[in-house]
Ligand binder design. Structure first.
Ligand SMILES: *Cc1c(COP(=O)(O)O)cnc(C)c1O
Length: 420
């Protein structure tokens, strides 16, 4: 097992998982992908403790790696919160938001933080993590890396484009975590991070924690293996999984899980008004573009970075079309969906999850094996959700603790030099 860059077609440069995790982005600007997607271990069982389950799924990727012996310990510490499947009247919901910052990104961020800390303490090196966020990434990364040894974090977020509670989670830190409010869009923030990475003055001490980092992707694969196995155990059939998507890191995890043999019938991507992927599937022309602002702001991505990994997995448009379907959901449809689900089931969805539910209702209605991924707790988006349902959404305890802390950040222009 080795990892190579999506742009290195001859697979000339081969890295171990640990090397790829520390490096973040490949030197040629590509994203690291595994040399193969190994079949799942035969004894794998969703009744195993999750840390052990995760280590078993990840083991082949860490064969002979520096972290091989620590894998189970890393997984048990990182995944210290439950994964919940709830049944609604028309679908089951996979709640991935029970971690410390109430979004699925806690899985990837925490696995990455524990892995990096272990590697750096061993080597005596230090790294600064640069992370651009359209909402949830920064909070999850800040929380996961806070006070971790040999690591510091700079979080960049676009001014005026994150919800108040998201902003709070990005700015409530001190010690080794700094946050920057950028006068620009999320794509500007991403561009700044990319520029810093290729600037030799800074690049050697930098790493990424964005969903381009392999250490984020691998754990996102694990919960799809787990959830689909549990689903099959309980319902006796494979699920069609709907993934609310932006940078397609979460869904790439789902595709890797399926390719390893996880019992998944099909994967469907729900996007907001940022229609790059549905347009591509329709026209066959891939046209990344500037993002537009929506109510599901953690999915406001016009140039989804992990598409490069999906193109690597499914190299031509026909193969892509055979595996991907995707629909775009407008803000009005998000609002009406949150209201409908509340009326029908008394269940509150975040705006991202509502995109998935809208796609289910309009494209997959009548299917009795839909597993809808819920990417965040609705309490993170109280200003959107509460007026729609006419009620307060109770705040999970971990989130309440972060919201109670004091905020501070630096305002900067969209120039990466201001970060240093
Ligand atoms: C990040 C995020 C998404 C999008 O996930 P990608 O991996 O970027 O596709 C969806 N919903 C929420 C709540 C998120 O935080």
């Amino acid at each position: 097992m080795y990892f190579y860059s999506t742009r290195d077609t001859g697979r000339v440069v081969r890295l171990s998982a640990s090397q790829a995790i520390l490096k973040g982005l490949a030197a040629d600007g590509g994203l690291f992908v595994p040399s193969s997607l190994p079949a799942l271990a035969r004894g794998l069982d969703s009744d195993m403790p999750y840390g052990q389950f995760a280590a078993s799924v990840l083991e082949p990727f860490f064969k002979d790696d520096e972290l091989e012996d620590s894998l189970e310990e890393i997984c048990s510490s990182a995944f210290s919160f439950p994964i919940v499947i709830k049944d609604l009247s028309h679908a089951s919901v996979l709640e991935l938001f029970h971690g410390p910052t109430s979004a699925f990104k806690d899985f990837g961020a925490r696995f990455l933080a524990y892995s990096m800390e272990r590697l750096l303490v061993r080597s005596g090196k230090k790294l600064c993590i640069l992370v651009a966020t359209s909402g949830d990434t920064g909070g999850a990364v800040a929380s996961a890396f806070y006070k971790r040894k040999n690591l510091s974090v700079k979080v960049l977020f676009p001014k005026g484009r994150v919800a108040e509670r998201q902003r709070k989670q990005l700015t409530c830190w001190d010690d080794n975590v700094e946050s920057f409010e950028v006068d620009g869009s999320f794509d500007d923030c991403q561009r700044m991070v990319k520029s810093a990475f290729v600037d030799h003055e800074y690049s050697s001490s930098l790493s990424s924690a964005n969903s381009i980092n392999l250490g984020r992707l691998l754990p996102q694969m694990v919960y799809y293996v787990y959830a689909s196995m549990r689903y099959v155990k309980e319902k006796g059939k494979k699920p069609v999984i709907i993934v609310p998507s932006g940078n397609v890191g979460n869904s790439t995890g789902a595709y890797w899980a399926m390719e390893m043999g996880a019992p998944i019938e099909r994967i469907v991507l729900a996007v907001n008004a940022n229609r790059t992927i549905p347009d591509y599937l329709e026209s066959g022309q891939y046209r990344p573009r500037a993002s537009v602002k929506t109510l599901a702001n953690a999915m406001d991505v016009g140039a989804p970075s992990n598409m490069e990994r999906l193109f690597n997995l499914y190299p031509d448009i026909e193969t892509i079309r055979a595996h991907l379907s995707s629909w775009s959901v407008s803000d009005d449809e998000i609002v009406s969906t949150i209201r409908r689900v509340w009326d029908e089931d008394g269940y509150v969805m975040c705006p991202h999850t509502a995109c998935g539910e809208y796609v289910r209702k309009t494209q997959l209605d009548g299917l009795d094996n839909v597993l809808l991924v819920s990417t965040a707790h609705p309490a993170k988006f109280d200003t959107i959700v509460e007026p729609i349902i006419g009620q307060k959404v109770p705040v999970p305890a971990a989130l309440a603790e972060l919201l109670g802390k004091e905020s501070h950040c630096r305002e900067i222009s969209a120039d990466y030099h201001e970060l240093f």
